[in-house]
Design a protein around this ligand. Sequence first.
Ligand code: PGA
Length: 253
Amino acid sequence: MTRTPVIAGNWKMNLTKRKASSLAREVAAHHGASTSRRCIVFPTYVHLDHVRRNLRGSGVVLGAQNCWGKKEGAFTGEISPYMLRDMGAQLVLIGHSERRHVFGETDAWIAEKVKIALKAKLEVMLCIGETYEERQASKTYEVLERQIQALKVVQNQYVTKISLAYEPVWAIGTGETATPGMAQDAHQESRRMASDILGADVAEQMPILYGGSMKPSNAAELLRQPDVDGGLVGGASLSIDQFGPILDAVSGS
Ligand code: PGA
């Protein structure tokens, strides 16, 4: 089975409008018309439109970092997935560990968001991952299994619109990276859990990205693992000098 590798840049709450626009142009130029990989960027909501215009003509996909779990209404300060779609986003990140741990998002709420985002015709990248304490207590798979239950809301017509990002919380922004073996084990197990919910064929096709201090020096080895289908890159996605070599690392996978 060959899954097209995916390299995604999660820009988090960084960059100015000007810097986001110029990074978008650099990513677009670097990625070019490559079809051997998929490239996604996740700017902040307020930069979506600028980034979209600067990606125009390239194959780089525009994604949003989050959305609210309702279509519309009295939710001051929030953004509906339908609005993201309307702004040109194709994809949305849901359940990032910062949303879970800093903003207290629950599994039930994350499942609601998955459901409505798919209905709004966005693809969903669902983030999962254990904390340091959970890994120390040998609870990694238990946590992943619980988080993966959000896939139960996915209706048949949307099963190909889902990808997973395994991001061990202890590796995000810390410089610590899961070893390629640890990543492979977690990815393989996540795929098995997803296949219990979505079926083996769907799970086999579903991209599972690794995230957590991916950088040029460790990307190739992580991406060589059979169940690691790409990377969700935070810090190293903010400069083309770092992100470019990570994009290029997939060719060797
Ligand atoms: P990092 O972030 O690459 O800076 O560890 C990854 C992420 O949070 O998506």
